[in-house]
Design a protein around this ligand. Structure first.
Ligand code: SF4
Length: 321
């Protein structure tokens, strides 16, 4: 059995509401990221994917708190470590890339300084060594003129180049795990394909585990080995890529699959799931998907569905499974 890099056990995250009470945004989720795999988390906006990733990095907003559970990174509970230990891990063993690199790149600092920053923080290298490492990495992530890129400021680069720079920064210390929060959503289709190929190559060549977040099951399908489907703060289905695409069991997963653009659907309007994801403060049904589910039954409004194991890695939480 492969080693787990991350084990999330019963993680529950609460958001402070206007009246000071706590609303549950991520509800007792458990999963593991295995060494060398690409695990995807898919769901619409507001399902709790990004909050989960931010909690793994220890970067939760002030109004969000971990209420229960454990985040075990190679056995060490990240919810219990000191801030100093957290700083040692972030950027070195675990790093993150975001949807819009401009929000995390410093607009006033040249790219060279930013790419080399994690190495400066976590190692002792001369200026020349830092330059050479940054140069080699920009070449590796496919930047055409890496010397010019190192001298540039972020606004002088295209969106695709900025995302490649972010990936270089995130991987310069050879982390065990890379968290990718919608890293291709802001990119055009061609650049998106290049960035997905690059992440896949990093995973295969260096064995870096990747936790890949997206609202788009089509993108998840192109890069991930296993997939978790999240809805209203819960994992409602999990399985290998094939389990999810060939034998989806939960109605939410089926709805996401129906909305993947394919060649034969070109030019046609894609079916979308009617209704919207409940917000954290909305009262929830026992199956939170019931108000949108076209196969909802009387029991779905009365009893929370248990999670059933369908196959080795495949579980689903629906009365019909
Ligand atoms: Fe639909 Fe019922 Fe399954 Fe929920 S438990 S997804 S409402 S069939």
């Amino acid at each position: 059995m492969s080693e787990n890099i991350l084990e999330i056990k019963d993680l529950t995250l609460g958001v402070t509401e206007r009246d000071g009470s706590m609303a549950v945004a991520v509800d007792h989720i458990s999963f593991e990221v295995r060494a060398g795999e690409i695990l995807g988390i898919v769901g619409e906006s507001g399902c709790g994917k990004s909050l989960t990733v931010m909690s793994l990095m220890g970067l939760l907003r002030e109004d969000v708190k971990a209420l229960e559970g454990q985040i075990l990174f190679q056995g060490e509970d990240l919810l219990a470590v000191s801030e100093e230990r957290r700083r040692e891990i972030n950027g070195k063993d675990m790093s993150i890339i975001y949807q819009e690199p401009m929000t995390s790149l410093n607009p006033l600092m040249r790219i060279e300084r930013q790419v080399a920053e994690p190495l400066r923080l976590h190692g002792s290298y001369s200026r020349e060594e830092l330059h050479q490492k940054a140069l080699a990495l920009l070449t590796e992530v496919g930047i055409q003129d890496p010397e010019a890129c190192l001298r540039a400021y972020p606004h002088q680069l295209s969106g695709g180049m900025r995302q490649r720079v972010m990936i270089a920064m995130a991987t310069i210390c050879s982390p065990r795990i890379l968290l990718a929060d919608e890293p291709t959503t802001a990119l055009d289709v061609t650049t998106q394909a290049h960035v997905l190929d690059l992440l896949k190559r990093i995973n295969r060549e260096y064995g870096t585990a990747i936790l890949f977040i997206s609202h788009d099951l089509g993108v998840i399908n192109r890069i991930c080995d296993r997939v978790l489907v999240m809805y209203a703060g819960k994992i409602v289905e999990a399985g290998t890529n094939r389990d999810i695409l060939d034998a989806p069991c939960h109605e939410y997963t089926r709805g996401l699959i129906r909305s993947i653009p394919t060649r034969d659907r070109k030019g046609k309007e894609l079916p979308s799931i009617p209704g919207r994801v409940p917000s954290v403060e909305d009262p929830k049904e026992p199956c939170p998907f019931a108000p949108r589910c076209r196969r909802a039954m009387e029991i779905c409004h009365r009893e929370a569905p248990a999670c059933t194991r369908i196959d080795q890695d495949h579980i689903a939480c629906c009365h019909l499974c």
